[in-house]
Unconditional design. Structure first.
Length: 265
């Protein structure tokens, strides 16, 4: 794919973010910023890209998406190194389990801070940087692009789940943010969309209940999936990459569900 510009991926130390960073490199993007607060795993992602794709310039940045100053520093470092940012994937996220009657307020706050506040802070800093830069042409579209952002929501951003109220609320928020920014900044050549993954095999699933209850829930989830299996991180990464590429030049302010087809919707 034609990725002459600069990619920025948060949550790039693990799971979907890591797969997205690797895929940008595999698809020919030569300048990639990877960010996460797990800096040791982030270095593994950097090493893997550099070893498998020589010639790709990877900047690894420590970020805590809950902090405005930290997020601004991430974007400033990206601009300082590469002069622009074109394809942004805001992937960092956490999950906490428990219905509203038992969920500790601290868990609600943590989920809100990372998933919704963090995505807002990233989108804000990215959009402000994109507004300053000249648009780029690419071979997939006759229209110039000033930038494209994908915020990672969830199937939990599209429906309720009684055992994940904070997560569901935060991911609905990410959908609302993406729809709003997609419409607002289209006039400036900036597209914003959300992807809504279903159950994907990543370490975040380790935060769900373990043991018999966990097994039972995993089996229930798989039964709900029309494709009959859980998804892989690279299958979500493909969709993120598409939504930031010139191939999706007329797509903004919307969501792409990546959940294998849900039987109950
Ligand atoms: N795996 C799934 O089934 C699934 C389904 C739907 C949506 N999602 C969403 O996909 C995204 C990626 O999740 P994943 O499955 O790859 O999980 P993951 O746990 O493998 O990756 C999440 C990454 O986010 C980072 N992170 C967490 N808090 C952070 C913070 N404050 N600042 C910076 N980085 C932080 C973690 O260090 C980690 O590297 C999340 O937003 C998650 O909600 C995942």
């Amino acid at each position: 794919m034609d990725f002459q510009g600069v990619a920025l991926v948060t949550g790039a130390a693990s799971g979907i973010g890591r797969a997205t960073a690797l895929l940008y490199a595999a698809e020919g993007c030569k300048r990639i910023v990877i960010a996460d607060f797990n800096t040791s795993l982030l270095q593994e992602t950097k090493k893997e890209i550099e070893q498998s794709r020589p010639g790709v310039d990877v900047l690894a940045v420590s970020v805590d998406v809950r902090s405005e100053a930290s997020v601004q520093k991430m974007v400033d470092q990206a601009i300082e190194r590469f002069a622009r940012i074109d394809y942004c994937a805001n992937v960092a996220g956490i999950i906490r389990f428990g219905d509203t009657s038992v969920l500790p307020l601290s868990d609600f706050d943590d989920v809100y801070q990372v998933n919704l506040r963090g995505t807002f802070l990233c989108a804000k800093a990215e959009i402000n940087a994109m507004l300053q830069q000249e648009p780029l042409r690419n071979s997939h579209s006759e229209f110039e692009a000033r930038g494209a952002i994908v915020n990672v929501s969830s199937q939990a951003g599209l429906m309720g789940n009684g055992n994940l109220p904070a997560y569901v609320a935060s991911k609905h928020g990410v959908v609302g943010l993406s729809k709003s920014d997609g419409v607002k900044f289209a006039q400036h050549g900036i597209r914003v969309n959300a992807v809504c993954p279903g159950t994907i095999e990543t370490p975040i699933l380790g935060d769900l209940p373990q043991g018999e209850i966990g097994k039972q829930r995993a089996a229930e989830r798989t039964r709900e999936i029309a494709l009959g299996r859980i998804g892989r991180p690279d299958e979500v990464a493909q969709c993120i990459i598409f939504l930031t590429s010139g191939r999706s030049s007329f797509v903004t302010g919307t969501t792409l569900a990546v959940h294998g087809g849900l039987r109950n919707t």
